[in-house]
Design a protein around this ligand. Structure first.
Ligand code: NAG
Ligand code: NAG
Ligand code: NAG
Ligand code: NAG
Ligand code: NAG
Ligand code: NAG
Ligand code: CU
Length: 379
């Protein structure tokens, strides 16, 4: 099978999670509640980090936009990400019985755990908190394992969105995609195989092959999870129209304006349809399009920009909380199971975990970025 056909098959099912075309057959949609297991309680004996902070959060680390970092800080961050690929995986035992997921290095750990939990962590009430926890552990690992001294940066795509000029590629012409002080640019253009169906076929996809420049090209960087032949290059498939629409500051405002967590969470993720813009989908499909890892829900952590995008999503979550912090440190809701609106809802005691990477925590703990577990803020 042609490699991109394979990738697109993976993506088609993945699209269904982040935003499936209405009426598309969707294996995840049809999963029965019984199959939607609770977050896995890992018994892996790998050494967990200390599960709790030391108590008070006195000097919260400040997370900044990519362009607010100095060039030296940008390089330190990129170097730390590359360093993760040279450290051995700590989730090997967790995945020992799973031939589809073979984490090799410390970068793969996050990708594998996200892949495994994908059906349980999207379109659920704990979507924002689970990814917040993931960003936190990724940041902690960059620091503890790779000596990174800074905080996890984010990519504010709204800074560059031009909703009235939705084919402009200027949105990619920033330091974020710079080959020298950023994550590199688009993938090489490849035709979409005819048999690949998809709503983005006509939307002006522009890449699809291996990223051509910057720090994340082969042999410096490999994607080792979710690829048919074990490992592959990082692929990108820029889709400006999607990014411009979803990153429209009006879309961010719409999320921030929601009166309670349940409404906020639904606006953040959008509906399971490409027709409805949603800020979460933009960073994924605007970079990954149809053939890049970023556009594949389960395998998007193979794309280093995933962490910049999801930290921005966390910034929006944080900003929404700040608007009424007293109430919003304890406001939670939304379905336990994938798209199961009306079914069982998560509560403050609901637990999320990162498999063998990090132990279960409650949503109560996850809601506070300046509590016992997390200690960060945004600028
Ligand atoms: C996997 O490797 C085989 C043999 O090298 C090659 O023919 C095939 O195209 C590869 N498949 C993918 C998905 O890269
Ligand atoms: C691997 O083992 C875990 C823990 O026993 C189990 O929950 C999981 O279903 C197994 N996975 C596979 C692919 O067999
Ligand atoms: C991102 O950029 C937009 C557009 O400049 C700005 O309004 C917004 O405050 C920034 N940050 C967030 C979290 O939206
Ligand atoms: C881009 O903008 C044009 C003009 O506003 C609009 O007709 C078109 O539907 C937009 N394309 C996408 C893919 O959003
Ligand atoms: C959230 O707000 C909506 C709209 O105001 C309201 O209908 C809903 O009951 C609220 N949900 C909760 C849990 O307060
Ligand atoms: C879960 O929350 C939704 C939205 O607030 C509500 O409609 C639904 O009844 C709740 N489910 C249960 C089992 O209470
Ligand atoms: Cu995710």
């Amino acid at each position: 099978m042609h490699s991109f056909v394979t990738a697109a098959v993976v993506l088609t099912s993945a699209c269904n999670i982040i935003a499936a075309p209405a009426g598309a057959s969707n294996s995840l949609l049809s999963r029965s509640p019984q199959e939607e297991s609770e977050p896995c309680e890992s018994e892996a004996p790998t050494p967990y980090p200390p599960p709790k902070g030391t108590g008070a959060c006195e000097n919260p680390r400040v997370r900044k936009e990519w362009r607010a970092l100095t060039d030296v800080e940008k390089k330190d961050y990129i170097d730390a990400v590359l360093c993760l690929q040279h450290q051995p995986a700590i989730t090997k035992e967790q995945f020992a019985n799973n031939s589809d997921l073979n984490p090799i290095n410390r970068y793969d750990d996050f990708h594998a755990v996200h892949n495994l939990q994908t059906p349980n962590i999207h379109f659920v009430g704990h979507f924002a908190s689970w990814h917040r926890y993931m960003m936190h552990e990724y940041e902690r690992t960059l620091r503890d394992v790779c000596g990174y001294k800074g905080s996890q940066p984010y990519w504010n795509w709204s800074l560059d969105a031009q909703p009235n000029n939705n084919l402009s590629v200027a949105i990619y012409d920033t330091d974020v995609f710079s080959p020298t002080v950023g994550f590199g640019g688009n993938g090489k253009y490849v035709e979409l195989p005819e048999e690949v169906e998809g709503p983005f076929r006509a939307w002006g996809r522009s890449g699809g092959g291996c990223v051509q420049d910057g720090p994340f090209t082969v042999p410096n960087f490999h994607v080792n999870i979710g690829e048919k032949n074990g490992s592959s290059c990082l692929r990108r498939d820029f889709l400006p129209a999607v990014l411009h629409e979803d990153a429209d500051p009006k879309q961010v405002q719409l999320v921030l304006d929601q009166p309670n967590y349940t409404k906020f969470a639904r606006q953040l993720e959008g509906g399971p349809s490409f027709a409805i813009p949603a800020i979460h989908a933009g960073g994924h499909f605007g970079v990954g399009g149809m053939l890049g890892q970023a556009g594949d829900a389960a395998n998007s952590p193979g794309e280093p920009l995933f962490y910049m995008h999801h930290t921005m999503i966390d910034y929006v979550f944080w900003k929404w909380q700040q608007k009424d912090l007293e109430n919003r440190l304890t406001d939670i809701g939304g379905p336990v199971h994938y798209l199961d609106f009306g079914g069982e809802n998560v509560t403050l005691d609901f637990q999320i975990d990162l498999g063998a990477i990090a132990p279960p925590i409650t949503l109560r703990e996850a809601l506070n970025t300046e509590g016992e577990l997390f200690c960060y803020t945004y600028e």
